[in-house]
Write a new protein. Structure first.
Length: 227
């Protein structure tokens, strides 16, 4: 008897899922521009025509992959942080290869200079902003600012992976390298770097500066006013 439609194991066997998964792997390895529709179809074991039937174009497939990768990363994070699966001996080893693959994918996706790259960064900021407001609402009063800077910092590590890997002496896209990087991030996030008294003084100084220098429209220089 076959599995009922809707069963995750069954759905993963569908042509659409195989195409998506093959595209994620190939985009992570060679980027969107370096991957052809024929490459993806061959890796998925389908015809290029079936790929176009399901997704229309490579760009539409890329959008589906972007959303899938981000959604899956958020779900893994929720399982680790909110569902207590970090304490499960088998969970992290089971998802670690997926995390590494998705980090490679995100790195490629953010650096290709396409409109989808900008859209993906914006999606990451929005998802992070929603996460913070829901799960750690007291961490900041500026959810958007916090999310944008956090995503920029974490994306920067991935974008600079060659330099970070060289400094660590191990590729951060390997299991050992990623674990070392993750350990350093855990230390970073779990220990405040600034004294609360200094932070209070800094905020007061920033408020004073803001009062004497009203914000201008993005991309304008206050020195140009009245020129």
């Amino acid at each position: 008897m076959g599995r009922p439609t809707g069963d995750p194991a069954f759905e993963d066997l569908t042509a659409r899922a195989r195409i998506r998964d093959a595209a994620v792997r190939l985009f992570a390895e060679g980027g969107v521009d370096g991957t052809t529709v024929r490459d993806i179809a061959q890796a998925a074991g389908v015809s290029p025509g079936l790929l176009r039937h399901h997704f229309g174009s490579k760009e539409s497939l890329r959008e589906v992959c972007d959303l899938y990768v981000l959604d899956r990363l958020v779900r893994i994070k929720e399982e680790l942080l909110l569902d207590g699966k970090m304490a499960s001996p088998g969970f992290l080893p089971s998802v670690h290869p997926t995390i590494l693959l998705f980090y490679r994918y995100v790195t490629r996706a953010l650096l290709d200079g396409s409109p989808r790259a900008a859209a993906m960064f914006d999606d990451m900021v929005l998802l992070t902003e929603q996460w913070i407001s829901k799960n750690t609402p007291d961490v900041t009063e500026d959810y958007r600012g916090y999310a944008a800077v956090l995503v920029g910092m974490q994306s920067g590590i991935l974008a600079m992976h060659d330099h970070v890997s060289r400094a660590l002496g191990v590729d951060i896209f390997t299991a050992d390298g990623h674990l070392r990087m993750a350990g350093a991030l855990a230390d970073f996030y779990s220990h405040p770097l600034l004294d609360p008294k200094f932070v209070a003084q800094a905020r007061q100084a920033m408020e004073s500066l803001r009062a004497t220098n009203p914000p201008t429209a993005a991309g304008t220089d206050p020195r140009d006013e009245g020129a």
